[in-house]
Design a protein around this ligand. Structure first.
Ligand SMILES: NC(=O)c1ccc[n+]([C@@H]2O[C@H](COP(=O)([O-])OP(=O)(O)OC[C@H]3O[C@@H](n4cnc5c(N)ncnc54)[C@H](OP(=O)(O)O)[C@@H]3O)[C@@H](O)[C@H]2O)c1
Length: 260
């Protein structure tokens, strides 16, 4: 794990000194029960992309936390739109992070979980073809896989549309209790609407992207969900890393606060 640009805690108590990897790991941690964490980066004016990609909003501090969150999860959930657009590669962790996982009784790498209704997926894409752990695809009952997809991934059929409550329940039944969702906006919107989001980790990049790009959430409108701020980290020349979680008195859909 590289330290790179220092990250400090600004709130609730200022850390003063830059946070070490173990301190950052403790700040994000594992929930110890079924939990869905969502991670995004946006500009200050709310853009989800710069020139069409998240890369332009990210930087060394965001990438450090991004990698750390991958280390902490059982399953890494990404929607097909983001997987295709951002050209997802195999989910691999460096040896230090794999060792951390082994010490904590986890598999070496998290399982990639792709959400795709259409199954318009390329089995030759590295995230499938080169995966260290066989990925899972949550899809519709009637979706037809392209040739070769079932050689490299397990399909989980979740209803006439992709029923995310049923899909996440099946992931938990398979031992993937703590999930990290890396987007994109349509999947985040659907997860919010289904009341499945327990945590949002949001990096705010200190720039105005201007009009054009969408927000971190998209799709049909849904009821607002109250979150509580857990920490504020800062890095470099104005990057904020915010961690919000569902209020304790608002248990998650699908028993996310129960032990398991
Ligand atoms: N700033 C960031 O942190 C960040 C993070 C992620 C992505 N992004 C950006 O976001 C953009 C892509 O986002 P997007 O909103 O267009 O797409 P998306 O949410 O990544 O993917 C949408 C696709 O995912 C599948 N899907 C999602 N929710 C589903 C549901 N409830 N039921 C069934 N299928 C579902 C469908 O795939 P099928 O078409 O296969 O049916 C759908 O077309 C890209 O520009 C990417 O760079 C930014």
């Amino acid at each position: 794990m590289s330290v790179g640009i220092p990250i400090v805690r600004a709130w609730p108590e200022p850390s003063g000194a830059p946070l070490t990897d173990p301190e950052l790991t403790a700040l994000y941690g594992r929930a110890g029960h079924p939990h869905l964490r969502v991670n995004f980066v946006s500009s200050v004016d709310g853009a989800v992309t710069l020139d069409g990609y998240s890369e332009g909003l990210s930087g060394a501090p965001d990438k450090r936390v991004f990698g750390l969150l991958r280390m902490l999860c059982d399953g890494l959930v990404v929607a097909a739109g983001t997987l295709r657009h951002e050209g997802y590669r195999a989910v691999r962790l460096d040896e230090q992070r794999r060792a951390w996982r082994r010490e904590h009784g986890l598999t070496d790498c998290p399982t990639l979980v792709v959400v795709s209704g259409s199954l318009h997926l390329d089995p030759a894409q590295a995230c499938f073809a080169d995966a260290p752990v066989r990925p899972i695809v949550l899809t519709r009952d009637d979706a037809q896989p392209p040739p070769g997809l079932t050689d490299v991934a397990d399909l989980v059929r979740c209803g006439a549309d992709v029923d995310l409550v049923a899909g996440l329940a099946e992931l938990r039944r398979r031992g993937l209790a703590e999930l990290l969702c890396e987007g994109g906006p349509h999947l985040f919107g659907a997860l919010t609407a289904a009341d499945l989001v327990d945590e949002l980790c949001l990096t705010v990049a200190p720039l105005l992207a201007g009009a054009g790009p969408g927000r971190i959430t998209a799709g049909d409108a849904s009821a607002p969900r109250q979150l509580g701020l857990r920490h504020v980290l800062t890095a470099g020349d104005g990057v904020l890393m915010l961690r919000y979680t569902r209020d304790q008195d608002q248990p998650a859909h699908g028993g996310a606060t129960s032990a398991g």
